[in-house]
Ligand binder design. Structure first.
Ligand SMILES: *Cc1c(COP(=O)(O)O)cnc(C)c1O
Length: 389
């Protein structure tokens, strides 16, 4: 068996769309760029969409658009992909972590207020694994304290909170299109916003700070090359026409996993999605129960990999990344809920075309790995008992 952790779903139409761009000669800043942006704006129900070359680039521009500067604080989650905190560092701001809700794994809104200081400028919630954050309390706190909200919706295109698309609650939101995401452009990301000036600035910054005059070599602002090529945009445009289909296929895989895991008492599946939320499944992350520690979780991952099953520890806490420990002096114990969960999570293979047989194989191997650990664990404690005088 060889079952990857993720696998992009590329259709015949996707291939044709890319080839059409290659044949056209219009490889960048051609017609596919605005077409892709309009398609995303429509799906997300936002006024503007600005395509960029990665989700990380998109987050960076949003942080800059929020006016984050030296020492400004941005409240975010330590249980996420590193880019959601790094984007604050790019503008010399300081990511301030608050711990997560142990059920949804998202930033816990009840912990935000105590983290606010006079230097706080923004909240950056991450819709982790495609599950919406609790946006009502987050927006309420942001309004009360005059804070910007930047939504990292990189894992959550198509997810909804009270019937509205995630990414549209804050001033800005970002979706990402790396090959493991629900939709892919190879590499890519997109900013959504209803604010005209933010949209204008993001367009200028992604394209070397070029002025909006027709002069290619006039630069008003310090910009970047964060452009997304028409090849990528054509792929995204073709993919987005299948978004509902893709979300359904992923829901099917999640449902099959849930059933297959029912008998394994040591494995905690993702919590049910709250009725006011609609998830867009990004990854399928299970957790081992509290009797297992991180080393044992790592043994389970190693055992699954030996059987050809792609899996990973999703995510190691950001505050314990070597960079963050060095910059800010974070230590184990600083965010106990994040650490307790992160020590025990495993992302299982998850993609649209994963078959029922493959899911059953993954779950059977998971059960074996967990049970053999359990046995070892009992033997060890038994051995210890024997040596007690
Ligand atoms: C994928 C992802 C990003 C952006 O990733 P890129 O690889 O730069 O597109 C940002 N935040 C989170 C939480 C992500 O999962």
């Amino acid at each position: 068996m060889n079952i990857p952790l993720s696998s992009p779903d590329i259709s015949g139409e996707d291939r044709a769309a890319v080839l059409e761009v290659l044949d056209s000669g219009d490889l960048s800043l051609g017609p596919k760029l605005p077409a892709f942006e309009q398609a995303i704006a429509q799906v997300a129900n936002s006024r503007h969409a600005i395509a960029v070359n990665s989700g990380t680039s998109g987050l960076h521009l949003c942080v800059r658009a929020a006016g984050i500067q030296d020492g400004d604080e941005v409240i975010t989650s330590p249980f996420s992909f590193v880019a959601s905190a790094n984007c604050v560092l790019f503008e010399r701001g300081r990511p301030v972590f608050v711990d997560i809700d142990p059920v949804t794994y998202n930033l816990d809104p009840r912990q935000i207020e105590q983290a606010i200081t006079p230097r706080t400028k923004a909240i950056l919630p991450v819709h982790l694994f495609g599950r919406p954050c609790e946006m009502d309390p987050i927006m309420h706190i942001a309004r009360q304290h005059g804070l910007a909200v930047i939504e990292d919706a990189c894992e959550a295109i198509g997810a909804e909170y009270h019937g509205l698309p995630v990414g549209t609650f804050g001033q800005t939101g970002v979706f990402a299109f790396y090959p493991n995401k629900q939709l892919t452009t190879g590499e890519g990301g997109i900013i959504i916003t209803d604010d005209d000036e933010t949209a204008r600035l993001c367009r200028v910054w992604r394209n070397q700070g070029r002025s909006e005059t027709d002069d290619w070599l006039e630069h008003d602002e310090l910009g970047y090359n964060y452009r997304l090529s028409d090849i990528n945009c054509a792929l995204g445009l073709s993919q987005i026409s299948r978004l509902r289909q893709i979300m359904k296929a992923r829901q099917r895989v999640a449902d099959l996993y849930e059933t297959a895991l029912e008998g394994i008492s040591e494995v905690i599946p993702p919590a049910p999605v709250a009725p006011h939320c609609r998830a867009s499944w990004f990854v399928y992350v299970i957790r081992l129960s509290g009797e297992f520690d991180r080393a044992q979780r790592d043994q389970v991952i190693a055992a699954l990999r030996r059987r050809g099953i792609g899996c990973r520890n999703y995510f190691p806490p950001i505050h314990l990344q070597p960079l963050y420990q060095r910059l800010f002096g974070y230590r184990p114990g600083d965010f106990p809920i994040t650490e307790r969960i992160s020590d025990r999570t495993i992302a299982l293979p998850f993609f649209n075309r994963l078959s029922e047989g493959e899911i059953d194989f993954v779950c059977a191997e998971l059960q074996k790995a967990v049970h053999s650990l359990g046995a070892e664990h009992h033997m060890r404690s038994w051995g210890r008992l024997q040596t007690v005088p």
